[in-house]
Design a protein around this ligand. Structure first.
Ligand code: PLP
Length: 233
């Protein structure tokens, strides 16, 4: 019997296929990252049983607890997608395969130093503040190249691409403009940094326009696992 999360995953895969085909892209070039923050391990197991293998977490301790309790599922790939405090970087570097939210050299240096021997390099994306919103994390467009140059000098980091969280519910024309700017930025950087193959953009609400504008990894939480209750700390 299929579970409710399996049904949701099917719907998302369908939306990915439709958006990709409308953009004349191969749907296989778009990866689905299931964002399981605040959701119980049992939900992750249901998604796993439905074939989902990539999961994203936002809060370090919660994420590490989940990684450790699901260690027996050895083909899971864990992505850290939350803001990084430098005193938590070691946990991220030890427990995750990917980190999408590098926004400063200090964090890149720490993640590199703290990546354990014997693990492959940590796959990293630079978080871009694509709307130039002062309250948002991420680097401005002009600051990407210096950070990318630094990451390339770090042997335990592998620069995979860019990540962005565009403004919620923007005007569709503005949204298309923002996504298209991000896409051209990504295409330019890929020329200079050949290890870049990932544009991490698109969530439940903007999955289709993100795919239209070149996303290679959509990060979906709500439309797979349901609404989240606000986190109480
Ligand atoms: C929570 C979160 C998501 C998932 O958002 P939904 O709207 O629930 O799909 C994606 N990316 C990041 C960085 C997030 O924090």
């Amino acid at each position: 019997m299929t579970n409710h999360i399996a049904a949701k995953l099917d719907q998302i895969q369908q939306r990915i296929v439709e958006a990709a085909e409308a953009a004349e892209r191969d749907p296989a070039t778009i990866q689905l990252l299931a964002v399981s923050k605040t959701k119980p391990v049992s939900d992750i197991v249901l998604a796993y049983e439905a074939g989902q293998r990539h999961f994203g977490e936002n809060y370090v301790q919660e994420g590490v607890d989940k990684v450790q309790s699901l260690q027996h599922l050895s083909d899971l790939t864990w992505h850290f997608i939350g803001p990084i405090q430098s005193n938590k970087s070691a946990l991220i570097s030890k427990e995750f395969a990917w980190c999408h939210t590098i926004d400063r050299q200090k964090i890149a240096r720490r993640l590199n130093e703290q990546r354990p021997d014997g693990l492959p390099p940590l796959n990293v994306c630079i978080q871009v503040n694509i709307d130039n919103e002062p309250t948002k994390s991420g680097v401005l467009s002009d600051d990407i190249a210096p950070l990318a140059d630094f990451i390339q000098t770090q042997p335990r980091l592998l620069l995979r691409g860019l990540m962005a969280i565009p403004k919620a519910q923007p005007d569709p024309i503005e949204q298309a403009q923002t996504l298209s700017n991000l896409h051209s930025l990504f295409d330019q950087l890929k020329q200079k940094y050949p290890s870049m193959d990932t544009l991490s953009v698109g969530m439940s609400a903007d999955l289709a326009p993100a795919i239209t504008h070149g996303s290679t990894m959509v990060r979906v939480g709500t439309d797979i696992f349901g609404a989240r209750t606000p986190k109480t700390k």
